[in-house]
Ligand binder design. Structure first.
Ligand code: DAT
Ligand code: MG
Length: 138
């Protein structure tokens, strides 16, 4: 079964939306196989977002993601990338459809509440970056 790395970002925790976000994936029927609250280090954040290193918003992005605790998760299910990315909604919440997490709960691109891996290859790397194998259900 396929797995993805999902994270409720610092804005989600600050706004007390962790349970809302976890609940959406849970009620959809996905299986939670890893979960932890962690205040990311700069090194972890920079590695996680390394693909965006040359983008003008990179420093603000790293500052933001290290600004407080996040809920790091691994979810499992069929077509997990498509299902979770669709549920999360467009990167810019202005363009995110109603019914999606960003479309219902966010308005600013910099504080768009949730991260979800964009491919199975990325998911594999992100899961290994954020979790030790012993922290995940078999
Ligand atoms: P996604 O999180 O939908 O996969 P992404 O990988 O392109 O989007 O970008 C990672 C994060 O960077 C995104 O969730 C919010 C931030 N970001 C993206 N584009 C931005 C922009 N134009 N200005 C500010 N922040 C941006
Ligand atoms: Mg992305």
């Amino acid at each position: 079964m396929e797995r993805s790395f999902i994270m409720a970002k610092p804005d989600a925790v600050e706004r007390r939306l962790s349970a809302e976000i976890i609940g959406r994936f849970e009620t959809r029927g996905l299986r939670l196989v890893g979960l932890k609250l962690i205040h990311p280090s700069r090194e972890l954040a920079e590695t996680h977002y390394a693909v965006h290193r040359e983008r003008p918003f990179f420093n603000d992005l790293v500052e933001f993601i290290t600004s407080g605790p996040v809920v790091a998760m691994v979810w499992e299910g069929r077509d997990i990338i498509t299902v979770t990315r669709t549920m999360i909604g467009a990167t810019n919440p202005v363009n995110a459809a109603p019914g999606t997490i960003r479309g219902d709960l966010a308005i600013e691109v910099a504080t768009n509440l949730v991260h979800g891996s964009d491919s199975l290859e990325t998911a594999e790397k992100e899961i290994a970056l954020w979790f030790a194998p012993s922290e995940l259900l078999p």
